[in-house]
Design a binder for this molecule. Sequence first.
Ligand code: 5GP
Length: 207
Amino acid sequence: MGSQKIFRRSGILFVVSAPSGTGKTTLCDNLRKTPDFIFSISCTTRSPRPGELHGEDYYFLTVEEFLAKARRGEFLEYAQVHGHYYGTPKEPVLQALDEGTDVLLDIDVQGADQIRSLEDPKIREALVDVFIMPPTLEELERRLRKRGTENDEEIRLRLHRAGQEMKRWRDFKYTILSGSVEEDLQKFRAIMKAERYLSRRLRLEEY
Ligand code: 5GP
């Protein structure tokens, strides 16, 4: 009898960035319903929103705790967003990629820049960065107001920042023009599927 063959591969690092209010959190929540990857839980110094859980949405830290971790080199990247620190814990990401498990990072454009400039060959090979483009700033404002978690001044700041971030879409390997929740999910899933079949990621093993 001929031996059986099986494909194995290393993990993929999916990075998703989008201006605040685009629907990225909803997209990530939907993707997480089919958990064929691990979602990287970031550390942040902002306070939890109603319903958010420590260890599920974020690890909520004090500024001192956050900066101590940063000094110890425990973050793959970190940045200040809307006046708070956010960072990606390094160890769980590297471990998952080594084990062949895919990882999803929901981080801002500055964080994506930092990941893109990392020299670690494993990260460079694993990286697939995706930008979610809101249809228009008006639609983004509508979505932010509907969410109702920011006041007028915060909305103004977020829209200003969104305008800057939207100019950066070409830096990403993929760009999805945001439509309905369902459309965004299907488009993102299509990217995930195709990336998982890239020949260069595969090793053919016999058993
Ligand atoms: P929010 O406070 O609305 O949950 O997130 C604000 C922004 O911070 C979002 O754009 C989100 O993607 C980004 N963010 C969340 N975690 C991280 C992280 O670990 N690093 C960076 N650079 N940005 C993050």
